[in-house]
Design a protein. Sequence first.
Length: 57
Amino acid sequence: MSKMMRNMAAGAMIGMAVSAMVLPQLDRKAQRGLRRASKRAMNMAGDAYDSIMGHMK
């Protein structure tokens, strides 16, 4: 289980680094859409994590 969490954290960090390099080159509308999509993805990931942890108890 800890290996999976470590891999997920590493993937998140890589994704943030890539977006930090790409985001300044996009126009405002694309930046806004990307931010909204990332917030939705973070919320979905948090819900999935809570669900998994609830099943493990």
